[in-house]
Design a protein around this ligand. Structure first.
Ligand SMILES: Nc1ncnc2c1ncn2[C@@H]1O[C@H](COP(=O)(O)OP(=O)(O)OP(=O)(O)O)[C@@H](O)[C@H]1O
Length: 259
């Protein structure tokens, strides 16, 4: 199991959150806190709403015309659905890594430099170069790409592309990183590298990961939330959820009885 959870301040809070796609309700009355220094795993059977809920945390659901969110979600106490919220800024603070690596069809350097440039984080080329190096180092990719920064990001292997996407998220200095099944398109070696990276990043960012892989949830997370049919059934320290779940449905899922 991953290192035990630490008691850390809450970074994000969701209270009584519902999500609808048109008439269909995909998330029902979910309340959960995301801690600053822990990795939180969302697990549950396909279609239970993990991705939908994850996407409420940086308003990615805004991009789906039929989606509607009710309830309250806060980041450092501020309502992220408040009318004055700058969504571009929010998504820089709450970054996201997707299931399929999706680097821009640009150079490795540009993949990382783009965000800091548009957010005005660098005053010149030298500072931008530093941000690119620091982000690629943090993403565990620097040594592999430092001599070919101007090659296309899409020419990297799948695992390298995913680390590039993590580097791209890190480059704009996020506070929270949301990962939606970040390893599902990767082989076991590339997966192990991403898991190591998640453990390295822990403590610098609040991290939430959606995963279908129980072993992965156990390895990388300190908190686990189990979703079923759009509801949050149970949440708690990962060790407890995996060894001593309170709910029968959680036990059935983690022992592979359904899902
Ligand atoms: N854009 C959309 N429009 C309409 N319904 C959607 C949309 N996205 C998801 N849904 C529905 O919402 C429910 C939850 O889907 P979601 O993708 O969040 O589940 P999930 O637990 O992440 O599933 P999986 O593990 O298979 O990725 C499903 O019934 C799904 O069909």
């Amino acid at each position: 199991m991953a290192d035990s959870e630490t008691t850390t301040p809450t970074k994000m809070s969701a209270r009584n959150v519902n999500v609808f796609y048109g008439e269909k309700q995909a998330i029902q009355d979910v309340s959960i806190d995301v801690d600053l220094d822990n990795v939180t795993a969302f697990i549950g059977p396909s279609g239970c709403g993990k991705s939908t809920f994850l996407r409420t945390l940086n308003r990615m659901n805004d991009t789906v015309p039929s989606a509607r969110v009710t309830g309250t979600i806060t980041l450092d106490g501020d309502d992220i659905y408040a009318s004055g919220m700058d969504v571009v800024q929010l998504r820089a603070r709450v970054g996201m890594v997707f299931q399929k690596p999706n680097p821009f069809p640009k150079s490795i350097y540009e993949n990382i430099a783009y965000g800091p440039r548009i957010h005005g984080l660098a005053s010149g080329k030298a500072e931008l170069d530093q941000i690119v190096e620091k982000s690629l180092r943090r993403a565990g990719l620097w040594e592999e790409v430092k001599d070919r920064l101007h090659d296309s990001g899409t020419a990297l292997s799948g695992g390298q592309q995913q680390r590039l996407c993590i580097g791209r998220a890190i480059a704009v200095e996020p506070e929270v990183i949301l990962m939606d099944e970040p390893c599902s398109a990767l082989d076991p070696i590339a997966t192990a590298k991403i898991e190591e990276l998640i453990l390295d990043l822990r403590g610098n960012y609040a991290i939430v990961i959606v995963t279908h892989n129980m072993q992965q949830a156990a390895r990388v997370s300190q908190r686990t939330a189990f979703f079923h049919l759009g509801r949050l059934v149970e949440q708690g320290p990962t060790t407890e959820i995996f060894t001593n779940p309170r709910e029968e449905r959680t036990k059935d899922y983690i022992t592979g009885r359904y899902g």
